[in-house]
Design a protein around this ligand. Structure first.
Ligand code: NAD
Length: 350
């Protein structure tokens, strides 16, 4: 029996990681620790909530006393840390919240692990889930590798870079068994519709303008969220201590090309005349400090641990659209209340 504390398990990626571990490892005990911010939603986990090897604990990683007590009471043997503030736009308007959750929250967990696992570090593992945005922006060519220097530009990526540094420092200074992975942009089901793909699906479905920053020239590498969860499973079980892995889909898309593909899929799924959805594309004032291009080289993960992405992008996007069209209650739930307020202040239409 292995007791694993997964933080942020009610969020987008966290819920996929929780689901995979609960289903694939019936002899592990999975504890999902989540504050349930606007981005955390227990409706993401209805299919596993009554599994005998799953428990949910509501709590805040920025509360050091609570985290220490939790470690004393529960004695988790490993941590998979995903809890974070994750939206770049929100980090631009409220950077301190990102420092608190992403930096202080991570250090609170590291401290609790350091104390609770003292004398026995090799028997435990602290897995930190991070982003490729810590590496900064690329020009037209090149890819991020595990040895690319950190060069974060947004308050979000700066807070994640800082947390990565702390995780490595606890390995180098105290000997904690840590692993870090840096992943490209994820897409798939249960994604909060403030991010590009679910926002576009929701707006296209409701015949509302689809905001595209600047000229839509920014390039991102997209990975299906379930492939990310599988990569985390592989790395958690097979990586050596102190190692880092990049995770990505070798799947670069300009935002505007991605939106056009999504429009084509939405026209097909909704039985609209081809071209109808694309008429809703609306350019808006660019995000401040918007990184031009991210591209991640996941060769190390593929060659050392044998992980490969399972889905082609068009197929994955089709599945994602199907999920949003089928899960009307989920979508209505998360887009009610504060969502509208946030949405209305976010986009300045040109
Ligand atoms: P998300 O915003 O969907 O979920 C974050 C979760 O953390 C939510 O459930 C939220 O309630 C919880 N949380 C926030 N503050 C908390 C606190 N103080 N205490 C406890 N729980 C708290 O984020 P996501 O997209 O699922 O990202 C998960 C992790 O993966 C993050 O660390 C993010 O940096 C990283 N990541 C995300 C992507 C991506 O494309 N979404 C890519 C690479 C890495």
């Amino acid at each position: 029996m292995k007791k694993i504390l997964i933080t942020g398990g009610a969020g987008f990626i966290g819920s996929h990681v929780v689901r995979l571990f609960v289903k694939n490892y019936p002899d592990y005990e999975i504890i999902n620790l989540d504050k349930l911010t606007y981005a955390g939603n227990l409706l993401n986990l209805t299919d596993v909530e009554s599994a005998p090897n799953y428990r949910f604990i509501k709590g805040d990683i920025t509360d050091a006393a609570f985290i220490n007590e939790l470690f004393q009471l529960e004695k988790p043997e490993a941590v998979i840390h995903l809890a974070a503030e994750s939206h770049v736009d929100r980090s631009i308007s409220n950077p301190m919240e990102f420092v608190m959750t992403n930096v202080i929250g991570t250090v609170n967990l590291l401290n609790a692990a350091k104390e609770s696992w003292k004398g026995n570090y090799p028997q435990h593992r602290f897995y930190h889930v991070s982003t490729d945005e810590v590496y900064g922006a690329l020009g037209e060519i090149g890819m991020f590798t595990e040895s690319t220097s950190y060069d974060p530009h947004s308050p979000y990526s700066a807070s994640k870079a800082s947390s990565d540094h702390f995780v490595r420092a606890y390995h180098d200074t105290y000997g904690l068994d840590v692993v870090i992975s840096n992943c490209s942009n994820n897409y798939g089901s249960h994604h909060f519709p403030e991010k590009l793909i679910p926002l576009a699906i929701n707006n296209l479905k409701n015949n509302k303008p689809v905001p595209v920053y600047g000229k839509g020239e920014n390039v991102r590498d997209w990975l299906w969220v379930e492939d990310h969860a599988r990569a985390i499973d592989t790395i958690f079980h097979q990586s050596k201590s102190g190692d880092t892995y990049n995770i990505g889909g070798h799947n670069e898309w300009k935002n505007i090309d991605l939106i056009h593909l999504l429009c084509k899929i939405m026209d097909q799924k909704l039985g609209r005349t081809p071209g109808t959805s694309a008429e809703l594309i609306t350019y808006v004032t660019d995000r401040a400090g918007h990184d031009l291009r991210y591209a991640i080289d996941s060769t190390k993960l593929q060659e050392n641990l044998g992980w490969v992405p399972s889905l082609q992008f068009e197929e994955g996007l089709g599945k994602t659209v199907d999920w949003y069209l089928e899960n009307v209650t989920w979508l209505e739930n998360v887009t009610s209340g504060h969502y509208q307020e946030y949405y209305n202040q976010q986009y300045e239409y040109n």
